[in-house]
Design a protein around this ligand. Structure first.
Ligand SMILES: Cc1ncc(COP(=O)(O)O)c(C=O)c1O
Length: 411
């Protein structure tokens, strides 16, 4: 499949970095699940802010600051609207990890009691796992795991049994960053709510790849990160249910998040400012707004179709490759646009390093999912992931590179 075979226009020219050669080889970037590349329109939005509109936001009344505030809040409005949220329920953080920590520090620390249960899936990224471990330890609560079946889907019968324990909170990855599994988060949220639990979805891999409708999912909190959706680094988003956000105490405190400060106490400003202490991620939010516009211009359905076709093609090519084992669902339709794999006799680190010599970039390691790695019976894997700019030619280069791995490793 070439870019032209999908519904999407050829976007390679939108990404300046794709002209970058290393060792005389053009760049094949297959690591967007770790961090995506930046289209020129996002760079332009950042440069415009820094060269034409730079000022703080919400802290004065001169024209420049009003322009900056308009750009910043305009970005929030478009980002919120894109996913079906509201501006009050859309909080800027520094990344997805910070967004989830906001919930664990503010909601969970106040609401968990000794003997309570928190559920997470066996396929969580450390960002949606370690915060729950810490707060459970602190509050005397128990962390339980929703198991993954051998077809790499969540065991929903086991989930129902776990829900009988009336957990206070359930944490679910929308798309696994290792298996690619797309979890049925709307249905799981419905069941959790019936059991009285609050639901946190880690949407970090989903937002760049598939259509996300927060109204349909109806989770209490949904966290994601800007740098995987063609936006700048240093910005994440937490969408939260207004009633919960209003009840919750602030997480980080200081400037901007207050209404009145007295000698011994303070009161808090309205949402979302209550959770955005200090000077905001102004440039980053504006850049993320431009990234969301870019995704909208291409169309998330066209992006999904394009990446799904590439994933299906990669799975077919991988099936023919000697000694190669994939992790995650066999059918591309059940996955996001990423495939973790191993090759018998080759350490993932060697795979990554040898591919790197050809300027083919894949992720290697434990993918910040060590509990899942143990479930898979491995310490690490390689992972190829797609973005809008990838084409079949990139898969050809990956497969050539893997042949080279076989040669170098004498497999
Ligand atoms: C599923 C998932 N959750 C959370 C994160 C953490 O994102 P960030 O490092 O931007 O906070 C990642 C990043 O790899 C991820 O893949």
């Amino acid at each position: 499949m070439t870019a032209g075979a999908s519904q999407m226009r050829d976007v390679a020219a939108d990404f300046p970095i794709l002209t970058r050669e290393i060792n005389g080889k053009s760049l094949v970037y297959l690591d967007s699940a770790a961090t995506s590349q930046t289209p020129q329109v996002v760079v332009d939005a950042l440069v415009r802010y820094y060269t034409e509109t730079r000022a703080s936001v919400h802290r004065g009344v001169y024209p420049l600051i009003e322009e900056a505030t308009e750009l910043f809040e305009g970005a929030r409005e478009r980002i919120a609207g894109w996913l079906g949220s509201t501006v009050e329920e859309t909080i800027f953080t520094s990344n997805a990890t910070a967004a989830i920590n906001l919930v664990s520090h503010s909601w969970a620390r106040t609401n968990l009691n000794p003997g309570d249960t928190v559920l997470v899936t066996e396929m969580e990224h450390h960002s949606d796992l370690v915060p729950w471990q810490l707060v459970c330890l602190e509050r005397g609560a128990t962390l339980e795991y929703i198991p993954v079946l051998d077809d790499w889907q969540l065991d929903l019968d086991a989930y129902d049994r776990l829900l009988e324990r009336k957990p206070k909170l359930v944490g679910i990855a929308h798309i696994s960053n290792v298996l690619g599994t797309i979890n049925p988060v709307a249905e799981m949220t419905r069941r959790a709510h019936d059991a009285g639990a609050v639901v946190v979805i880690d949407g970090t891999q989903a937002v760049p790849q598939i259509q996300v409708d927060l109204r349909e999912i109806d989770a209490d909190f949904y966290a994601w990160t800007g740098h995987k959706v063609y936006g700048p680094t240093g910005i994440g988003v937490l969408h939260g249910r207004r009633e919960l956000l209003e009840e919750m105490p602030p997480f980080i405190s200081g400037g901007h998040m207050i209404r009145q400060v007295f000698e011994a106490t303070s009161t808090w400003t309205e949402l979302p400012g209550k959770f955005e202490a200090g000077t905001s991620q102004i440039a980053e939010a504006i850049g993320l707004g431009a990234a969301v516009d870019y995704v909208n211009e291409l169309g998330i359905d066209a992006i999904r179709a394009h990446e799904l076709a590439l994933t299906a093609e990669l799975l077919e090519r991988f099936a023919e490759f000697p000694g190669l084992k994939i992790h995650g669902p066999a059918d591309a339709a059940d996955r996001g646009a990423l495939v973790s794999f191993e090759i018998e006799g080759a350490h993932p680190h060697d795979i990554g390093e040898i591919l790197g010599r050809d300027n083919v970039c894949v992720r290697t390691g434990h993918h910040c999912a060590q509990t899942l790695m143990r479930r898979l019976g491995i310490g690490s894997s390689a992972r190829a992931s797609f973005a809008v700019h990838n084409t079949s030619a990139d898969i050809d280069r990956l497969m050539d590179g893997l042949e080279n791995v076989r040669r170098v490793m004498a497999l």
